[in-house]
Design a binder for this molecule. Structure first.
Ligand code: G3P
Length: 218
């Protein structure tokens, strides 16, 4: 499983990139707005200068023609850009047209197997299943990820779409995404840092240092 960072915060992206464990970034309009930056193009270009991997940038249009036009513009910002398209009939229409043009897409706001199947058939490069939001609504979000992976695997000769476990809220979600066979988990920076930490590691480092000080002073 690969890890993408789910943020538009450039400092977080720089820090995470240094660890060598991030192979892409996902953003959405809410994440960009959270950074109080209205110039999406500048944000995406800055991210692309830090991470050489897929960078998801979302369209805001809702009609297919407008989505396609916006997606062409967004994809011109950097060769790394993957255009995020929200699930809807218009979104599917846009994804199928863009896939014929060779523009990579990420079907976002995917909450069901049917939506994922349609996205894959339309030619989405990625489908993003929103685990945390499904959990919030009383569903088992990770079960849906596992089932999407299973279905895509069943048709692996035809379906090349990769499954992103998105809306990840805590480290156990990441482990569950890996167990479910998700190709990618896109995670907030805070979750990445939680994954790094273990209290026994901190205790172990302290003890090594103390023991070494004792013997080196003896
Ligand atoms: O990648 C999708 C993600 O940003 C949504 O996360 O926490 O807003 O449900 P959340």
């Amino acid at each position: 499983m690969r890890i993408f960072l789910d943020t538009a915060n450039i400092d977080e992206i720089r820090q995470a990139a240094k660890l060598g464990v991030i192979s892409g970034v996902t953003t959405n309009p809410s994440l960009v707005a959270k950074e109080k930056r209205a110039d999406m193009k500048a944000v995406i270009r800055e991210i692309s200068s830090v991470v050489d991997g897929p960078i998801s940038a979302e369209v805001l249009s809702l009609e297919p023609e407008a989505m396609i036009r916006e997606a062409r513009e967004v994809s011109s910002w950097s060769p790394n850009v993957v255009v995020k398209i929200p699930m809807s009939a218009s979104g599917l229409e846009a994804i199928s047209a863009l896939s014929r043009e060779g523009i990579r897409t990420n079907l976002t706001l995917c909450f069901s197997l049917n939506q994922a199947i349609l996205g894959a058939i339309a030619g989405a490069t990625y489908v993003s299943a929103f685990v945390g939001r499904l959990d919030d609504a009383g569903h088992d979000g990770m079960q849906i990820v596992a089932e999407i992976v299973n279905i895509f695997d069943h048709y692996k000769d035809r379906i090349k779409t990769q499954v992103i476990a998105a809306s990840i809220r805590h480290p156990l979600h990441v482990v569950a995404a890996a167990k479910a066979g998700a190709h990618i988990a896109t995670i907030p920076y805070s979750v990445l840092m939680q994954m790094v930490k273990h209290p026994l590691t901190d205790i172990g480092i302290c003890r090594f240092a103390e023991d070494w000080q004792r013997i080196s002073k003896a």
